[in-house]
Design a protein around this ligand. Structure first.
Ligand code: 13P
Ligand code: SF4
Length: 328
């Protein structure tokens, strides 16, 4: 099962890769990976920040953190290979504990996940007894196990507003917290974590692009950017919400304030639109290459293992998020 035919894939890869790379490296690897997937009954989940060869070439399901966790829970495959970063693969294991969950490179981390430990959460809980803890999914399974409800950038405001208290501990992204604070009457207690990609953007980046392109430019940011950057934008949302906004809007000149591969993948999906990307690369996401994806399937490496206690406690916070988010 592939998202696109071979001809469509070549069309999507052409704006980004040289012809000899498509023919000599990418297509043979795509064939090999798709064969291995079938043989092993594996499903490949691809985050929107994957490079186009991984994203369009071998992913069965693509999306943002929220959608991919929902799909990890629902899959009937024997193996889940998560093409994203480590915390995403851990989330898949939490939601599908009996499945073999793999990631192509264990070192594909995240600056936000690294910013906080389970001990830090315990300390905050002791400092603010009775205050619920909402944690961004960009954290370790250990941290999720200490959390009341998880959230993603797609549902952070909804989850915070679903809490019954006036004060909420919101971890670990300080900038996402700032953006949520601007949309809720609840008081948020925060932690100084940041995304190393989105913290690089400044309001001046957007102001100068707007001066250059004038009113025809539509600026779209991820809410991991500082609130002053988000205030300059026309729209802010999770990676999939950004894509949906582009799909629905008539705008044809777009500045993406997010990770580089989003721009490459969107250029392939919307060739009629112009993307003015001042992109920043996530070194963690870029650890996932087609070669490593092939090896991960071939050798069934690298497997995510979690303690039963961590899975049980973390599943409560992730499932609570899914219940609130997808409630009918
Ligand atoms: P979303 O896809 O949920 O918007 O997450 C963005 C991100 O930073 C993942 O690393
Ligand atoms: Fe983490 Fe930012 Fe990279 Fe996403 S883009 S994995 S939040 S460092």
């Amino acid at each position: 099962m592939s998202l696109v035919t071979k001809d469509e894939l070549i069309g999507k890869l052409k704006p980004v890769y040289m012809s000899h790379e498509i023919d000599g490296r990418i297509l043979p690897l795509v064939d090999e990976i798709n064969r291995l997937k079938k043989e092993k009954n594996a499903v490949l989940l691809g985050h929107n920040y994957m490079t186009p060869d991984v994203f369009w070439g071998v992913s069965d399901i693509i999306g943002d953190s929220l959608y991919l966790s929902k799909m990890a829970k629902e899959t009937t495959a024997d193996i889940i290979l998560f093409n994203g970063v480590h915390f995403m693969a851990e989330t898949a294991k939490i939601l599908s504990p009996t499945k073999k969950v793999l990631i192509a490179d264990m070192k594909a981390g995240c600056s936000l996940a690294e910013s906080i430990t389970r001990e830090d959460v315990k300390k905050l809980k002791a400092q603010y007894p009775g205050v619920p803890v909402v944690t961004y999914v960009n954290c370790s399974a250990d941290v999720k196990a200490e959390t009341d409800v998880c959230c993603t950038s797609a549902n952070a405001v909804q989850i915070v507003n679903a809490m019954e208290t006036d004060t909420v501990i919101f971890l670990p992204d300080e900038y996402l917290a700032g953006n949520v604070q601007n949309q809720t009457s609840k008081k948020l207690i925060t932690h100084p974590g940041k995304c190393m990609v989105h913290e690089m953007y400044t309001p001046a980046d957007i102001q100068s692009a707007k001066r250059l392109f004038g009113g025809e430019l539509t600026v779209i940011t991820h809410p991991e950017c500082h609130e002053d950057v988000v205030k300059e934008a026309d729209f802010s949302g999770s990676t999939s919400q950004m894509i949906d906004f582009i799909r629905m809007s008539k705008t044809d000149k777009i500045m993406l304030v997010t990770e580089c591969s989003m721009g490459d993948n969107l250029r392939a999906e919307f060739p009629e639109k112009e993307f003015v990307s001042t992109c920043q690369t996530c070194p963690h996401m870029k650890k996932i290459t087609l070669e490593k994806v092939r090896d991960a399937l071939l050798y069934e490496q690298f497997e995510i293992f979690l303690d039963a206690e961590v899975i049980e406690s973390a599943a409560k916070s992730v499932n609570r998020m899914l219940e609130i988010s997808y409630k009918k």
